[in-house]
Design a protein around this ligand. Structure first.
Ligand code: HSE
Length: 390
């Protein structure tokens, strides 16, 4: 078995995890030659001589054929990955923000330099969603993807529901468990889920969708009253990312808190687990499930990518790379909108109102809204307005 010489960027939750796995499993025949870190003064669980603060120690080393990029700064990561690809090194990355923001450029660099750029760990941790979309669902018959793609928010919502924990305590514990991003706003505001959805859409449908064009609301605006409403209806709230493709080729990418029945497939996905439903014309619906965040689950996807480099595996993106989505939405959906009385909301964007409730403390309305109207309503950015899909 060919020995793989690896240069590792980052020694955080996942970086240390992959270092441990690779050093304990000699049968993988890999050698971590250098680890580049930002803070040399931190105590590390690996021999001191492995560490450097100079990116060039990896990028200019001709013996290193694989760069594993696991840092949290998306801009710095982009520079590292670009340089590595241009120097003919294959790259494994878990940096969803960087990939979603520079997807096309990175794929072109991979093609131009005839190397591999793999990033299974960037989407849903241990769940092999990208490789499945690439290899198994490599035809045009998919019509939707829907799932829980952020472990931290799912963990927080689970703890709030099943253990009555406060949002703050649950978030703290998501951080302590190594589930959250270094900037947890990316998790709770839905940005991480939108980045992952954007990556999934390219592999599922061959369409480039900027995360900035995705209709998005995270979990930060959810109020106690919203959870009470859900409980009264026998529903739970999950942060769901999804995208449908209709017969005219229109996409509907959306990340939004959603009421679901506990017994439905996604209702059974709890804690830091992720789950993705794949809807296709012939197979109907299929489901991928597993741990979506945390040291070892994410390391497992990184490891799988490293192993795939032994046979020069590449994402072929056989469905193409077409543009064609710039934030235009053509469908309407049923939503719950909750807010404090006295807030002047333009309720005229409801196509119809099904329920309307008002007390001294809280008000909510349910009914259908065109997604294009919702996107322009200002409610998605407004922290005092809850928007929950049905
Ligand atoms: N912060 C991410 C999450 C880590 O919670 O899903 C895995 O991508």
């Amino acid at each position: 078995m060919k020995k793989l010489n690896i240069g590792l960027f980052g020694f955080g939750v996942v970086g240390e995890g992959i270092y441990q796995v690779l050093s304990e499993k000699s049968q993988l025949n890999t050698n971590i030659k250098k680890i580049v870190i930002k803070h040399p003064d931190k105590q590390r669980n690996a021999p001191t001589e492995l560490f450097s603060t100079e990116a060039e120690d990896i990028l200019n080393d001709p013996e290193i054929d694989i760069v594993v990029e696991l840092i949290d700064d998306a801009d710095a990561a982009f520079e590292i990955v670009k340089t590595a690809l241009n120097k003919g090194k294959s790259v494994v990355s878990a940096n969803k923000k960087m990939i979603a923001e520079h997807h096309l450029e990175l794929i072109e660099l991979q093609r131009k330099n005839q190397v591999s750029f793999l990033y299974e760990a960037a989407v849903c941790g241990s769940v092999p969603i990208l490789r499945n979309l690439e290899e198994y669902y490599d035809n045009d018959l998919l019509n939707y993807i829907q799932g829980i793609v952020n472990g931290s928010t799912n963990y927080i919502l689970t703890k709030m529901k099943s253990e009555n924990e406060s949002y703050e305590k649950a978030l703290k514990s998501a951080k302590e468990n190594g589930f959250a991003e270094s900037n947890p706003a990316l998790d709770v505001e839905g940005t991480d889920a939108a980045n992952k959805l954007s990556i999934i859409i390219l592999h599922a449908f061959g369409r480039l969708v900027s995360p900035n064009d995705i209709l998005k609301k995270g979990i930060t605006a959810l109020k106690n009253e919203d959870f009470i409403y859900a409980a009264e209806k026998g529903l739970i709230i999950k942060l769901i990312a999804g995208c449908a493709l209709d017969e005219s080729g229109n996409l509907t990418p959306i990340v939004v808190p959603t009421f679901i029945e506990k017994s439905k497939t996604l209702g059974l996905v709890n804690n830091e687990y992720n789950g993705v439903l794949i809807g296709s014309a012939l197979a109907d619906e299929q489901f991928l499930y597993g741990k979506g965040a945390g040291r070892y689950p994410t390391s497992s996807a990184v490891l799988s990518d490293i192993s795939a480099l032994r046979y020069d595996y590449k994402y072929e993106l056989r469905k193409g790379i077409k543009n064609g989505f710039h934030g235009e939405y053509f469908v309407e959906k049923k939503f719950y909108v909750g807010f404090k009385p006295g807030q002047k909301l333009n309720k005229e964007i409801f196509q119809n109102i099904e329920e309307s409730y008002q007390s001294k403390e809280y008000e909510y309305v349910t009914g259908t809204i065109r997604l294009s109207d919702l996107k322009n309503s200002g409610w998605l950015e407004n922290e005092s307005v809850s928007v929950i899909s049905f």
